[in-house]
Each structure stands twice: as structure tokens, then as C-alpha cells.
Design a protein around this ligand. Sequence first.
Ligand SMILES: Cc1ncc(C[n+]2csc(CCOP(=O)(O)OP(=O)(O)O)c2C)c(N)n1
Length: 555
Amino acid sequence: MKYTGASLLMELLKRQGIGIVAGIPGGANLPVYDALGQSDLRHILVRHEQAGGFLAQGIARSTGTAAACFATSGPGAVNLLTAIADAKLDSVPIVAVTGQVASRLIGTDAFQEVDTYGMSIPVTKHNFLVHSVSELLEVVPEAFRLALSGRQGPVLIDLPKDVQQASTDLDSLPAPGVADPAPEPDGAVLAAMARLIASADRPLLYVGGGVVASGAEAEVRVLSAACGIPVVCTLMGLGIMDPDDPLHLGMLGMHGSRPTNLAVDRADLLIALGVRFDDRATGSVAGFAPRARVIHMDIDEAEIGKIRRPDISAVCDVKRALWRLNRLVARSTRETWRAEIHALRTDHPVATPDDPSHPARLVDALAVAAPENAIVTVDVGQHQMWAAQSWPVRRTRRFLTSGGLGTMGFALPAAMGAALAHPHETVLVLTGDGSLLINIQELATIAENDLDIKICVFNNGHLGLVRQQQELFYGGRYVASRFDARPDFAAIARGFGIPGCTIRMAHDDGALARALAIKGPVLLDIAVPETENVYPMVPPGKSNIEAIWSHGGNA
Ligand SMILES: Cc1ncc(C[n+]2csc(CCOP(=O)(O)OP(=O)(O)O)c2C)c(N)n1
């Protein structure tokens, strides 16, 4: 059968299970778009390439499968890099295909030529510059294999225009790329871990995105219940434990609650699963879990001992390892440790501000008004942390956030991917008036595709998290954190063809429920207090137990 490079790419993507591709066409990838038009892949024309990358992430994060996006050469490829870097830090499997100038022009400063290959090396898991059509037969399955194997991540394929246009005759096509099997954990190591757990008085599970990637949520819950082990999670690990489980202590670290961070401080054994001891989770490393021995399981060998040297470790698939470990551990209720945790919780109750206009209460009100199990995407800033602290995340892959890179502008396009992958579910965007503006052009994509996305803007007229840091750590010198121009977001939404409402009384959840009941996309511009802070907050360089717990200090 006859193929061009471009039509072969479409066929190979289809065989990888790709049904939707997001992107923007341009001179250097027009052959790809020509072939796309003749394929049955669905294309979503985003309005900025970064949004195409985040849309792909929204699919990948909400489904656990790899997703794809396209960009043209030069500015298109460069616009995509932020979303690729974001996928790298949160280990999200996406495959980006960029157009490149024709092979004979590479290195001549041709129109819209940049060294996409070189620029993407540090932010991808792997990247390819394709030299011939026949190479595509290897490169595409290999790109998906790499994106999905071990620690997942983004892979980039740079495709010169002449390769897209060249033709070839093929009798057969290669098998799709699939994830390599993960290394099997060593039985003796698992037995040693079980012994260490049995001997611990104050063990604590510390779980993160790697547990979600391996689908080990049930195994974590079983281990926690069987051995009476409380669980703390990272931002990427929200949803692993049911928020109502008494053994669930919630998010640790910079904005973790006091009992949570105190439990880590007292633990004598930390069972770290699919986590990387990120600085937002640990605070000062020297002060992190200072009394604890450490078990560390991760699929990425490079993470073992990178920040904290473990006493026992395994490079393995967490699900498989826990499944086996759960057959070795001694059951225990750990009454004393649980009583101690209970006392921590009663001595240091999480300060829930009663003020109904407090943004955390708005998160509660939205959670009540939204259908249970709605998919939520959150942007970056104070609203993100209030959401992480208060949204009842009952399942993983339902709370999508840019954890590692912390990229403002993530939420809106990621929600588009989640909505496309889950057309029968409600998708909510929780964003700030700063973050929304970064990818606001995607309202056009949402309107064009009638995506059922409810956009809730926590409007405080500020880059709130920056303002907060200037208040707490820069002597109240507020530089470039207040918006003097206040756009009318509801009117802007209407300008894009999306219903928009301005809600001044956030605590009137009747208004929220009515607005969320509007069919199709809607934008709610909700006023929140302008100078509210997220607490607790660990000051830079301090350990987690030195957090500022509430307004006015450490009372
Ligand atoms: C692309 C990008 N630029 C800058 C920052 C630094 N930053 C982190 S939070 C924040 C403020 C976010 O403001 P907003 O979206 O209004 O949310 P709020 O904190 O007010 O809830 C900024 C500027 C970032 N995270 N991402």
C-alpha cells in the first residue's frame, strides 16, 4: 500500500489508539494536516499551541493513556514547549509531533526554523528528528513505547516537511508501541520491608503521582487498613485515599495541615510510594521526617536516594510490589499511633474559616453544587491550594493540576482534553483571574466544540499567591501583583459565545447551582476577598513544622 510520510503518521497514530489530536497548522506541517483531513482522526483546532499540549495532557491525565498534539515548526514548536515541560515534571505520557523545515534547509536559518530537537532535549523524556519515511515505522511506535514505559513522560517527534511529503510502498505496518513490563520486585526485599513495617511503631504512608500512574490506589488502601497506617499524600496523589477515611491525613508539605505535617515529623517509618521528595512536599530536607527510617518504591531508579537516602528501596511497579507486600505484612490496628494521630487532630483542628465568603468555603460550595465525581482542573495560585485542601477528591484522575511546573494557564485547556475524553461527565475549571488570562483564547475552542465545561473564576483582582508572598516574606512591598485593569470576564465569555455570569455573593450557593445547571459551557466570575491568604504556609527554607499556621502567626 502507498503512503506518504504524513499519511503513514496518521495510520500509525490510529494504530496507537489515538482518536483526537489537538494542534495548529502552519507551513511546515501542512502535509500532515492534509493527511489528517483524509483520516478519521478528530482534530481540535486550539488557539495556541501550548493549549494543544495541555489538551493532550487533559486526555492523558484523565484516562491514563497516551495522547498526541501537533504544532508547526518555529513559533508553533516553541509555543508547545511549556506544555511539554509540564508533562515532563508530572510524568504525563504525551507524544508531540512538530513540523520542521525541509531537511535540506535545516541549519540555514530558514523561515520558521528553530532547533526544536535541541530545544526540547531537556524537557522531553526522549525526542526524534526523522530523516526518512521508513524511519517513521520505528519512530512512532518507539515514541509511544517510551512515553508509556517506566516513568511516563512526553516524547517529541520533529518531522521535516520533505519527509512528510515523501512516499513509500509498504506491505505491512509495525505493531503499536506498548509499555515495557516493569521490573519485578525482589522477594527478599519485600520481606525485609514487611519486617521493617512490623517493627515500626509510627509508620506513615507517603504516596504520590507514581501510585496513580501504576493504578495502585486499591493496594495502598488495603495496606493502610490492614496495618493501621495513616496516609499522607502529595498534590499529585489526591484521590488515592478516600477523604472520609479516618486514616487519610490529606496533603503534606508547604500547604499541608498542621496534624499532617506533625504526623510526618513524628513518624518512625516513612513508606514512600511513587513520590520524589519534592521540595513542596518536604520543606527543608534536613527537617523532613527526621525520626523516620525510609522505604522507597519508585519506577524511576534516578529518584531513589536523589533527595533522601532510603533504608530499603525497590525500583518497581508500585501496584505489583504492593500486591505482593500486602500478602507479607503482619496485620495490626496500631491503636497507640492512631490515638496519637487522633490527639494531633483534636489539639490542632484544621482552622476552617467560618466566613462564608472565604475562598475555601467557595470551594466547598462548588463541590456541593457540582455532581459527585465531576472532573476538576485547577490552575496555579491560591485557588489551587484552597482547592487541594478542600475539594473532596474521591477518585484519582479526577483532580487535574500542574503539580511540578506549576503552570498558570493549565486548567482551561486541560479541561478541554478531559471533556473530550469524558463527554458525559461534568468538567469544572477552578481558576484565578490571573491564570485564566494566560490561555483565555481557548474559550473560542470550547465554544466551537460545545464542550461542557464550567469555568469558575476565583476573582481577587490579584496574582494572589504572589501578593501573599510579598505580604509575608517581602515586608508588604507589593510589586506587580495587583491588577488595576479588571476585565469583565462574563462579558468576555459572552463575546466568545459562552454564557457568562458575574457572582458577587459567592456564598449564595443557590446561584452557583443555578449557574452550573446551565447546559453546555458557562463562565462564572466569582468575587472573592482580595487579600485572603492560604494557610498553613511553610516559609522558604523552613521545615514543614515551622509553617505559618494561620493569619497573624503560629497561634
Ligand atoms: C506561567 C506562570 N507564570 C508565573 C507564575 C508564578 N505565579 C504563581 S501563582 C501566581 C499568581 C496566580 O494568580 P491567579 O491565577 O489570579 O490565582 P490566585 O493566586 O489569585 O488564586 C503567579 C504569577 C506561574 N506559576 N506560572
